[in-house]
Design a protein around this ligand. Structure first.
Ligand SMILES: Cc1cc2nc3c(=O)[nH]c(=O)nc-3n(C[C@H](O)[C@H](O)[C@H](O)COP(=O)(O)OP(=O)(O)OC[C@H]3O[C@@H](n4cnc5c(N)ncnc54)[C@H](O)[C@@H]3O)c2cc1C
Length: 424
């Protein structure tokens, strides 16, 4: 058995690294065990000949809790805020995406009457009653508040893009509306990809004294007197006063003792994950530089050329992310989804096939571990009934959505574990 540590963090994604940094900064001896050789989990970035490919398009919302936390802890990597210049596609016709007064005046997407109604809706957005919206699905909220079906369709597209989730019949309205409110304060792309954020968290955690070990797949956690034993699949055992599980739900359930796993299963219920299909394209140049964003209105599609703002492609080249949101169970097969994304790109960026250098298609990328639904609450560490074992991840706690939730719950778990370890 290895020397006893104050805190063992299992999982080296954003949640685990934020948790480790927090416990190490509080002076607790901290060990992070990550299954992969590389840290970062879903926030990893792959380099392809100078193109920095995140797992699909990744953006931080500047008004979101994750960005705020990173800024307050002086952990924000370098990046840029994009200036959207976009097109919409509805019923086969392209129109300017209304992102400001000029594009709103000139777009053919909306009639004059619809423009008035849309502007009034945007004006009221910051005052939307999120408590009412928390009890409704997006679909229910839209039907209650937006009588015009054509306007509702535009709001469908806006909500699913901001929430990164296509199942509006189940998604909690307040989750999507809060993201939409936050989007009004701008988004942030990380120069060099999200790996820079991962590195920043990992290096800071190490500088604070944490030890990070890759290639360590954990097989189980069990009580050992007042402490806990963490066993890896390769047969190592670590003893810790506090354990932070910063893993997706299925992996968390696998590691817990049966009674705690059963309590967690009760809270999770029939939880379902949010997936999307992603097509990431490395291009020698962007064929039409006047278009860096594309929004499908009647099809759940999205395109973003993040390299127009972030340094994630070689000089003059372009990195484009396309997303096909899944509206519940994926109806079509991967080949059909890829063709749909390519056809969308044909409309937004004609000529892209001639400048294509490399394409990566992810048919079912796990954006969120658990879909936020009315009537369901996200688990908290106390649900386990296991003193000294803490949960973190995008599916834990009440704060934030996607990476915001991972960072916020990681920080919270780190603070709790540091406080408890001080009493041990
Ligand atoms: C296509 C796509 C686009 C996205 N876009 C955005 C976006 O624009 N904005 C945003 O905020 N978020 C976005 N996200 C979500 C964001 O990437 C995640 O919320 C975040 O990275 C999750 O971090 P995490 O630490 O909670 O989980 P993970 O990243 O899943 O980390 C869990 C870690 O645990 C490790 N692990 C698992 N089992 C074990 C074990 N037994 N032992 C040891 N280690 C183990 C895994 O290897 C992994 O590294 C996107 C995700 C995807 C897939």
């Amino acid at each position: 058995m290895q020397r006893k540590t104050d805190v063992v963090v299992i999982g080296g994604g954003l949640a685990g690294l934020m948790a480790a940094l927090t416990t190490a900064r509080a002076g607790r001896s901290t060990l992070v065990l990550e299954r992969g050789e590389a840290f970062g989990g879903r926030a990893q970035t792959q380099d392809w000949n100078g193109f920095q490919l995140n797992l699909g398009g990744h953006a931080l919302y500047k008004a979101g809790p994750g960005y705020t936390l990173l800024r307050d802890l002086n952990l924000l990597p370098e990046g840029a805020e994009p200036k959207p210049k976009g097109l919409t596609l509805r019923e086969g016709r392209l129109n300017l995406l209304p992102v400001g007064p000029l594009s709103m005046l000139s777009t053919g997407l909306l009639s004059w009457k619809e423009k008035g109604a849309f502007l009034s809706l945007m004006g009221r957005l910051s005052k939307v009653d999120l408590r009412e919206a928390a009890g409704l699905t997006c679909r229910q909220w839209l039907e209650r508040h937006i009588p015009d079906p054509r306007l509702r369709q535009i709001m469908d597209a806006t909500l699913r893009t901001n929430a990164y989730a296509g199942d509006l019949n189940r998604l909690r309205a307040s989750t999507a509306l809060r993201r939409m409110q936050q989007s009004q304060k701008g988004v942030f792309y990380v120069h060099g990809g999200w790996a820079r954020l991962v590195e920043r968290l990992a290096r800071t955690a190490e500088a604070e004294g944490a030890t990070l070990k890759g290639g360590q797949s954990v097989a189980g956690v069990e009580a050992h007197g007042e402490a806990h034993l963490v066993r890896t699949k390769s047969g190592e055992t670590y003893e810790a006063d506090e354990v932070i599980l910063a893993l997706p739900p299925a992996e968390t359930l696998d590691l817990l003792p049966a009674p705690a796993a059963s309590r967690l299963r009760t809270v999770l219920g029939e939880a379902r994950a949010v997936t999307v299909s992603c097509l990431d394209l490395c291009l020698s140049r962007l064929p039409d530089q006047a278009v860096n964003l594309g929004l499908g209105i009647d099809d759940p599609l999205f395109m973003v050329a993040q390299s127009e703002a972030a340094h994630i492609a070689p000089e003059g080249a372009a990195l484009v992310h396309l997303v096909r949101y899944h509206e519940g169970l994926p109806g079509e097969g991967p080949a059909a989804m890829r063709s749909q994304l390519e056809a969308f790109m044909d409309r937004l960026q004609p000529g892209w096939r001639k400048v294509l250098l490399h394409a990566r298609f992810l048919p079912s990328a796990p954006v969120a571990s658990v879909l936020d639904e009315p009537g369901r609450r996200r688990p908290v560490s106390e649900d386990l009934g296991l003193p000294g074992v803490h949960l973190a991840g995008d599916w834990v706690g009440e704060v934030g959505w996607l990476a915001d939730a991972s960072l916020a719950s990681g920080h919270r778990a780190g603070l709790a574990a540091a406080a408890m370890a001080a009493c041990a």
